[in-house]
Write a protein that binds this ligand. Structure first.
Ligand code: FRU
Length: 479
């Protein structure tokens, strides 16, 4: 793999000769494992979803983007738009790191619609000559005509007293007549947390307080916080870094949530247990927004920091998850693929061969009614020596996935991912794109999101203890 120097990582796309960039675009377009309907970078690396918003009949989604290769470097926001969150138009770079405040990257942030304008809040990553970092929280306005974030102003300079340079990812919302912003932070004592700011006009912001949760010793940094009301509850999502790796936390970093009641005055969040949002191999830094029908939609980064992926050598990495409609049931987040995906289903006539289904389409949506209370296994992308195995153990009431491919994701604990279910399993749905599997158990009660890099050109499904009569496969015809 190519070693990237600092100068190469901080090279601006504007300084790259057109022919050089076009050659990169061309080779990425032809690269292996390109997805069919997930949002992916046209070149380089995608990470967090940013600035999710709907205006009129158009959704705008932005994401963290380093254009020139599969590494983290000078970050831009890339913009895609959509009418239905299934088909996307790739619009181009929209937040260009072009001020002193964001000289070393336009980091993550959110969008907020107010008085006909799409306000953008994000972190400007600035570094001095000695490479010392100052984070600035920046306000700008997204101009649909020029396609870029304009009128940038620094609204919060550096961290508040008592916090370190790890101070980023503002999310803004309104409550009553006021505006609130949360920022992911690290205390000088190296404790991860979220801080709350308050504003009357979206321009002047005052530090209000650190949000008090029961999670006092829970990692050294909380990234990408999000807070919203859902079904009568306050929900705080965040991505903590530095939680000890236990059987529950096998990924390098986690993304989770707490549900409860939040008191704005005291900034106390009275909450239940921390739960992971997703139990799969590749999920991080999700963000939510409310659409014009009042539905809350969640999109995550289908990838992780500090983890090597097989597509890296082709100069591209990662994609976003399929947008999920979320709700709260018994204190737990329920996530279902957005309903409009159903419109792209085409009944597929696959053939059976013993306990196998063969002749599958490349991209599909699979549903299985689970009629047994015994152990069962379902293997997707089964080519003999490679497979994505989903196994249920009735003794432990546990779902476990195993990714067995010759091209491995370079993660610390590759063997398996699992979770214990608090209820009987009765339904399973898997959305399979060229290089990903998103698995929804019991209609979104438990979700496992994973990238898969298969070598084989044809794949089967094989089952053990599941009747093939209960398996329905729909080809997904997108675009
Ligand atoms: C999370 C994150 C954010 C930051 C961004 C930079 O993946 O580290 O905290 O704003 O990525 O790309």
């Amino acid at each position: 793999m190519k070693e990237w120097s600092r100068a190469e990582r901080y090279r601006k796309i504007e300084d790259v000769p057109m022919e050089e960039y076009e050659a990169l675009l061309h080779s990425v377009k032809k690269a292996k494992w390109r997805q069919k309907f997930h949002v992916q970078p046209v070149s380089g690396l995608l990470n967090d979803p940013n600035g999710l918003i709907q205006k009129g009949d158009t959704y705008h989604i932005f994401f963290q983007w380093f254009p020139l290769g599969a590494v983290h470097g000078l970050k831009y926001w890339y913009h895609v738009s959509s009418k239905n969150l299934i088909e996307f138009k790739y619009e181009g770079p929209a937040n260009i790191p072009d001020t002193a405040w964001d000289s070393h990257g336009a980091y993550s942030g959110s969008a907020f619609f107010h008085e006909e304008e799409m306000h953008i809040f994000y972190t400007g990553n600035h570094r001095s000559k000695d490479w010392e970092r100052t984070p600035y929280q920046i306000h700008g306005v997204f101009n649909e005509i020029t396609g870029v974030v304009e009128e940038k102003q620094s609204i919060i300079e550096g961290p508040h007293t008592g916090y370190t340079e790890h101070y980023r990812d503002p999310k803004v919302w309104s409550h009553g007549n006021d505006f609130y912003m949360i920022v992911g932070a690290q205390t000088v004592g190296q404790r991860g947390c979220v801080v709350l700011y308050h504003s009357k006009d979206l321009k002047e912001w005052c530090f209000h307080a650190e949000i008090k949760t029961g999670l006092d010793d829970f990692g050294y940094m909380w990234e990408c916080p999000d807070m919203f009301n859902l079904d009568g509850h306050n929900v705080l999502l965040f991505s903590p870094q530095g939680i000890a790796n236990t059987v529950d936390y096998l990924n390098v970093y986690q993304s989770g949530y707490i549900v409860g009641q939040f008191d704005y005055e005291s900034a106390v969040m009275d909450h239940d247990t921390f739960h992971l949002i997703d139990y799969g191999y590749d999920f991080y830094a999700p963000q939510t927004f409310e659409n014009s029908s009042g539905e809350r939609i969640l999109i995550g980064w289908m990838g992780l920091p500090e983890t090597g992926y097989p597509s890296d050598e082709d100069e591209w990495a990662h994609c976003l998850t399929i947008p999920r409609k979320i709700s709260i049931e018994n204190g737990r987040l329920i996530q279902e693929p957005i309903p409009q995906l159903m419109e792209y289903r085409k009944k597929h006539k696959s053939r059976r061969e013993g306990s196998k289904i063969i002749d599958l389409p490349e991209v599909y949506d699979l549903e299985v009614k689970i009629m047994t209370t015994d152990d069962f296994t379902l293997c997707l992308l089964d080519s003999g020596d490679e497979s994505f195995e989903i196994a249920y153990s009735s003794d432990r009431s546990e779902i476990e996935i195993r990714r067995r491919f010759n091209h491995e994701v370079d993660c610390r604990y590759p063997e398996y991912r699992s979770t214990v279910l608090e209820e009987p399993i009765h339904h399973l749905r898997a959305i399979v794109d060229v290089s990903s599997v998103e698995l929804f158990i019991n209609y979104g009660k438990y979700v496992f999101t994973s990238r898969v890099f298969s070598e084989a050109s044809t794949h089967d499904i094989s089952v053990h203890n599941i009747s093939l009569d209960n398996v329905n496969i729909y080809e997904l015809e997108v675009g």
